[in-house]
Design a protein around this ligand. Structure first.
Ligand SMILES: C[S@@+](CC[C@H](N)C(=O)[O-])C[C@H]1O[C@@H](n2cnc3c(N)ncnc32)[C@H](O)[C@@H]1O
Length: 225
């Protein structure tokens, strides 16, 4: 069947990764407690979380170990972590349960759709995106998540002075991110030293892979004006 011209370009490929028994059990037993189903209604943060802390979304948590660590450290903030891959979802559900985290929930869906359909305008204090897929081949660059339409979308969702923190180990992607944010009137740069990692961000799995290949790491933070 020919691929429809209208099919949206996604920033991920859904692979049927094999689930460990632990991950599968996590999904089966813990989803009712910690997974928010995707729907066309907006998220009511105050009904979901016990505290009225900051509202932070993480896009693309991968296996989620870092996500759980951040939520464990920043106890006064609330986190909704989004990814599509079942093994990571299973792993993070187990982490939330083990660490008894009250400030972290998961949505298993395309984050672009979640932002469009489930997030109220001017409601987010922050967005974290750590090591987005670089799609480094020229012909794949169009699949990159962080492009102008995405900046337009999140500029609606962030509160004034809310921030977006992106970390990447791909120089070409880092430069493209910095350029498009600098050109956009809705953002101003927060950190001028991109090689200084904020203390709340532990090293991630993908980061370690990049560092082992000799890559530098950029932590890029822009604030919504
Ligand atoms: C390179 S991995 C990085 C994972 C993790 N942050 C780390 O540093 O180890 C990127 C992740 O982003 C997820 N992802 C990409 N586009 C997404 C989207 N539109 N919605 C949800 N997740 C997405 C992928 O499924 C993948 O798990």
């Amino acid at each position: 069947m020919p691929i429809s011209k209208n099919r949206p370009i996604r920033s991920y490929v859904l692979r049927q990764g094999r689930l460990t028994k632990f991950q599968a059990n996590g999904i089966k037993l813990l989803s009712p407690m910690y997974l928010i189903p995707f729907e066309s209604n907006t998220i009511k943060w105050d009904n979901i979380f016990e505290n009225k802390g900051k509202k932070i979304i993480e896009i693309g948590f991968g296996m989620g170990d870092t996500t759980a660590e951040i939520a464990e450290t920043l106890t006064k903030s609330n986190f909704i972590a989004i990814d599509v891959h079942p093994p990571g979802v299973g792993n993070l559900l187990n982490k939330i349960n083990e660490k008894e985290l009250k400030n972290l929930k998961i949505i298993q869906y395309d984050a672009v759709e979640v932002l469009k359909k489930m997030v109220i305008n001017k409601s987010l204090d922050a967005i974290h995106i750590f090591f987005p897929d670089p799609w480094h081949k020229k012909r794949h660059n169009k699949r990159r998540l962080i492009q102008e339409p995405f900046l337009e979308l999140i500029s609606k969702k962030l509160k004034k002075n809310g921030y977006i923190h992106i970390a990447t180990d791909w120089e070409d992607y880092a430069n493209s991110i910095i350029n498009i944010f600098n050109k956009n009137e809705f953002y101003k740069i927060k950190n001028s030293n991109f090689f200084k990692k904020p203390s709340y961000r532990p090293k991630t799995k993908y980061e370690n892979r990049g560092v082992n290949l000799g890559h530098k790491v950029w932590d890029i933070i822009f604030v919504k004006v």
